[in-house]
Design a protein around this ligand. Structure first.
Ligand code: KG4
Ligand code: ZN
Length: 325
């Protein structure tokens, strides 16, 4: 069973090829150099870059995996959530490919794919708690089985990665901001500045990061940019405290057997360490994808597609609706 996964929901063009639980290739073309001058993703530029690259990337993926195009059995593509123009490029390409090869086509939710990056590990047990911490989302899922996802908590304003990006911008660091903040934080003192940890009401599983973002802004206005390393370390600690407290609440409320993380922010070594400590303390099995599977990529779409097939979810007709957010 050879599955092609196509990902173009935001600013990464990704093609992944999967066979029998083995990732044959996972090629990603990032657009960081296109958007970095603007300090954020520019939707029109993103979709244009996807259009220019997707065909080249697909052919490269076929060559790298050592298969022929006619060997492809199934195609999966991200159709939600994401930027409309970006999603349309991947979906149009996938529809054309499926139609020309006369192969089944599956629409895939981007957030489920982030979590599905963990599903190839046979140790993952259900029900599970899934937590996507990315540039666009901070969302908890109760996952009954690999194809049944229910949202149980989400951010009410900025996403966690977005907050990293905005704070990095205030500090004149690069884009995307997460890796820059992580690097700076390594040399900083996380106890130097007390930034707010917003928990909303006592039982809430939702997030709000706008207060933290504003607190950093006011700190900089008052104190300038003298101690960037301490600002980064203290900010990162406040984010870590928030993520861990909310995850603890979820674990308490739902009887889950595994904790599955996904999304760009969980590439952060400090955040990974905090989750490992939580897992040890709570005795819950923690799964975090390899770093190349944390960022947006095609392999995660192929993995999610393989579970849709296994669970007998029907493929789409040769028309797929794009649902941006
Ligand atoms: O999952 P992703 O590639 O795209 C979305 O679906 O949003 O995540 C990108 C986000 C960006 O906001 C970026 O700043 C953040 O992941 N990120 C990090 C790190 N690496 C990437 N955040 C914190 N620490 C990192 N090392
Ligand atoms: Zn993503």
């Amino acid at each position: 069973m050879i599955i092609v996964g196509i990902e173009t929901s935001c600013d990464e063009t990704g093609i992944g090829i999967l066979t029998d639980n083995i990732i044959l290739c996972n090629i990603i073309a990032t657009q960081e150099n296109i958007h970095s001058v603007y300090g954020g993703v520019v939707p029109e530029l993103a979709s244009r870059a996807h259009t220019e690259r997707i065909d080249i990337l697909f052919n490269k993926a076929i060559r790298e995996s050592g298969i022929k195009i006619s060997d492809i059995d199934y195609i999966g593509v991200t159709n939600t959530p994401g930027l409309k123009g970006s999603l349309l490029v991947g979906v149009s390409f996938a529809v054309g490919l499926a139609y020309s090869l006369r192969k089944p086509l599956y629409k895939v939710n981007h957030l489920y794919s982030h979590i599905a990056s963990n599903f190839l590990n046979p140790e993952v047990k259900f029900p599970a708690l899934g937590f996507v911490v990315s540039g666009g989302h901070t969302t908890f899922f109760y996952i009954k089985n690999p194809v049944s996802f229910n949202v149980v908590g989400r951010t009410l304003d900025d996403a966690c990665g977005e907050t990293f990006d905005k704070v990095a911008r205030m500090l004149n660091l690069g884009f995307p901001g997460g890796p820059y903040i992580e690097k700076m934080a390594e040399k900083g003192d996380e106890t130097k500045i007390k930034f707010p940890v917003t928990l909303l009401d006592k039982t809430s599983l939702d997030f709000s990061f706008s207060g933290l973002k504003t607190a950093v802004l006011y700190y900089i206005k008052k104190n300038g940019l003298k101690n960037i390393q301490d600002i980064c370390a203290s900010f990162q600690k406040a984010v870590g405290d928030t993520l861990i407290e909310k995850t603890s609440r979820c674990i308490e409320r739902y009887r889950v057997k595994s904790l599955l993380l996904g999304g760009g922010v969980v590439q952060n070594g400090y955040i990974r360490k905090r989750f490992q400590e939580l897992s040890d303390k709570r005795g819950i099995n923690l799964f975090i994808p390899d770093r190349n599977l944390c960022l947006d990529n095609g392999a995660m779409v192929a993995i999610m597609t393989s579970f849709l097939i296994r669970h007998s979810v029907s493929p789409s007709e040769n028309i797929i609706e794009v649902i941006p957010t």
